[in-house]
Design a binder for this molecule. Structure first.
Ligand code: PGA
Length: 266
């Protein structure tokens, strides 16, 4: 689809990435853990008790999206320089909305980032593009960094609808990024999440190019790849032109495995 090299020459990770759309300004690869509905407070503390990082870890921007009830325990137990995020918010600030958490409340709890529109929110809980946009706006309003997730289903990819789907998803929230002091987007092909299937470097490159083009008016910002990232494939994915970091689900629950992914990024 275009002539640029898929893999950065000599890159072991995005930290080595040369200039290019969205990568030139970003020298620190992002390694983000998405614990999903795993690790309550005591297991979160146990995770950090066992989490050992090698040298050069300051070259990586480390993030943990933990269950809301585990935030306090995780922040207390973490001995590493990391940012914490919430996995979902409601767009209202407060109110009679049983079971929901606002971005303002998350900020008060020490959160710096919020995932928005994760594939499981979209496909298990039926979150719409319009809701993703409202949540993105709410996260920005609260002064948090939205990490907005996009990605196609297998049948959409097979039907040749990759670009259409990604453009529709990005188009829905791109205007809502205007008020954010910082934002990120995560490209996570639905067929690669929790399946052990990983996008090839070429797949990731092409999808990131589409997402970056669709983000046009929002300007440059980091785009993460997610979907079955493991210690054994992280370096290759982080070496892809335009991949600024990784969002890791299953492999982020094990301290040694996640440390292996951080090591691959350094
Ligand atoms: P996975 O999940 O690494 O288990 O595929 C990624 C995600 O859903 O963020």
């Amino acid at each position: 689809m275009n002539q640029r090299p898929v893999v950065e020459p000599g890159a072991a990770g995005a930290a080595e990435a040369g200039p290019g759309p969205g990568t030139g300004a970003l020298r620190r690869p992002i390694v983000a853990a998405n614990w999903k509905m795993n690790l309550g407070p005591s297991r979160a503390a146990a995770f950090f008790a066992a989490f050992r990082l090698g040298p050069n870890v300051s070259r990586v921007r480390l993030q943990f999206f933990v269950p809301a009830v585990s935030l306090a325990a995780a922040r207390t137990a973490a001995k590493v320089a990391a940012e914490f995020g919430i996995q979902n918010v409601h767009w209202e600030r407060e109110g009679a909305l049983t079971g929901e958490t606002s971005a303002e409340m998350a900020r008060e709890a020490g959160v710096a980032l919020a995932l928005v529109g994760h594939s499981e929110r979209r496909h298990v809980f039926g979150e719409t593009d319009a809701e993703v946009a409202r949540k993105t706006r709410a996260v920005s309003r609260a002064g948090l960094t939205p990490v907005v997730c996009v990605g196609e289903r297998l049948e959409e990819r097979r039907a040749g609808r990759l670009e259409e789907v990604l453009r529709r998803q990005v188009g829905a929230f791109v205007g809502a990024l205007a008020g954010a002091k910082e934002w990120m987007v995560a490209y996570e092909p639905v067929w690669a999440i929790g399946t052990g299937e990983t996008a090839t470097p070429q797949d990731a490159f092409e999808a990131h190019e589409i997402v970056r083009a669709a983000l046009g008016e929002a300007g440059p910002g980091p785009i993460l790849y997610g979907g079955s990232v493991k210690p054994g494939n992280a370096a290759e994915l982080l070496g892809v032109h335009g991949v600024d970091g990784v969002l890791v689900g299953g492999a982020s629950l094990d301290p040694a495995e996640f440390a292996g992914i951080v090591a691959a990024a350094t």
